[in-house]
Design a protein around this ligand. Structure first.
Ligand code: IPE
Ligand code: IPE
Ligand code: MG
Length: 227
């Protein structure tokens, strides 16, 4: 495979609410539509031979949303993981989660753990959902682990205490919906990522859009500080 082919693609799936509003629907309808796109893009990345796909599904800041929307998102996530297990296995997709899932209901935590366990032996794409994830929270927890284990504070040790310990740095970081910000997503891991900001709302994002981004990425020269 082309040396420049991305190993790790990360996506801030934004714009579900605006997509729905534009159509006179409830915000929750946008989340439901967005979940379908998660499946499409995951399958596509698997076929392309991408190794890691990290999707921002719920941030540490998203708890500030209306209670009903949060409840809907939690139910949607549980339903998604339940229905998706067969699809993961059929497509040889390994599922993992990053973020502090201890804040979720017991049932949802169990579903997350079960999905990880059942797909642990899959050798194709690893799909990573960022759930109650925030980079500041992740880095803080990593440093706390170093202190508890009395380890030296250096980049290597911090890296190995992050939720993404065994996952390579991000090559391509995409945000949909036209917003140009990172919203506390993979700040450490994206230090040298190529950034792509797409106007489309997440429910409108297709595998063709992803192909265009990968084509563009392959042409970019990544210098990593060198000349
Ligand atoms: C992203 O879409 C999904 C989540 C954050 C869970 P939004 O819900 O943020 O949709 P907009 O940005 O309000 O349109
Ligand atoms: C980022 O989107 C979080 C997820 C996509 C899960 P938000 O919609 O929460 O981000 P802000 O509030 O626009 O920065
Ligand atoms: Mg948003």
């Amino acid at each position: 495979m082309n040396n420049n082919f991305p190993k790790h693609i990360a996506i801030i799936m934004d714009g579900n609410g605006r997509w729905a509003k534009q159509r006179g629907l409830k915000r929750t309808a946008g989340h439901e539509e967005g979940a379908k796109v998660v499946r499409d893009i995951t399958t596509h990345c698997g076929k392309l031979g991408v190794e890691f796909l990290t999707l921002y599904a719920f941030s540490t800041e998203n708890w500030s949303r209306p209670k009903l929307e949060i409840e809907f998102l939690m139910k949607l996530l549980e339903k998604y993981l339940t229905n998706e297990l067969e699809v993961y296995l059929q497509n040889n997709v390994r599922f993992q989660a990053i973020g502090d899932i201890s804040k979720f209901s017991n049932a949802l935590q169990k579903r997350i753990t079960l999905t990880q366990e059942k797909t642990a032996k899959c050798t194709g794409l690893t799909q990573i959902l960022a759930l109650n994830y925030g980079s500041r929270n992740e880095i803080t927890r990593a440093v706390q682990k170093l202190v508890v284990q009395n380890l030296a504070v250096n980049e290597e040790n911090i890296n190995s205490c992050l939720d993404t310990a065994h996952i390579p740095d991000v090559d391509i970081l995409i945000r949909t919906s036209g917003e140009v910000r990172l919203s506390n997503f993979l700040l450490w891991q994206s230090a040298y990522a190529e950034l792509f900001f797409v106007q489309k709302y997440w429910p409108e994002f297709t595998s063709y859009d992803l192909d265009d981004i990968i084509d563009d990425f392959i042409k970019r020269e990544r210098r990593f500080g060198s000349v």
